[in-house]
Design a protein around this ligand. Structure first.
Ligand code: FES
Length: 105
C-alpha cells in the first residue's frame, strides 16, 4: 500500500487543512481538534477541490467550493446536496512526528 508523507505534525495545526498529491490522486488532510483525517480532494458530485472551499472545523465539514455540498470530513459522507455519494477516505497516522497517509490505490 503506497504511503504518502504529508508534513510534520506541527505544520498542520488544529482547524487547518493541507492538500498533497500522489500521481493523479489529491488528498486533503485535516486536523480537527488534534485528530487527523484524510479524504480524497475531489467532490463526489463534480470533482470540486474540497480543501479549497470553506472549512467548518468545529462541525468537521468541508464545503465544496464548486456547488456548496457539505462533506463530513470524518466519514467522507455528503451531508447536503448536490453530492450524494461518499468521498474516499484514507487511513492517516503520525509516525516519528510526520503525518503519513496510506493510499489504497
Ligand atoms: S462539485 Fe462539489 S458540489 Fe458540485
Amino acid at each position: 500500500m503506497p504511503r504518502l508523507d504529508v508534513c510534520a505534525f506541527a505544520e498542520l495545526p488544529d482547524g487547518s487543512a493541507r492538500v498533497v498529491h500522489a500521481g493523479s490522486v489529491s488528498v486533503g488532510v485535516y486536523n480537527l481538534g488534534g485528530e487527523l483525517y484524510a479524504l480524497e480532494d475531489r467532490c463526489s458530485h463534480d470533482d470540486g477541490p474540497l480543501a479549497e472551499g470553506e472549512l467548518d472545523a468545529e462541525a468537521g465539514v468541508a464545503v465544496c467550493p464548486r456547488h456548496g455540498a457539505r462533506i463530513d470530513i470524518r466519514s467522507g459522507r455528503p451531508l447536503t446536496l448536490p453530492a450524494v455519494l461518499p468521498v474516499a477516505t484514507f487511513p492517516v497516522s503520525v509516525e516519528e512526528d510526520r503525518i503519513v497517509v496510506e493510499l489504497d490505490t
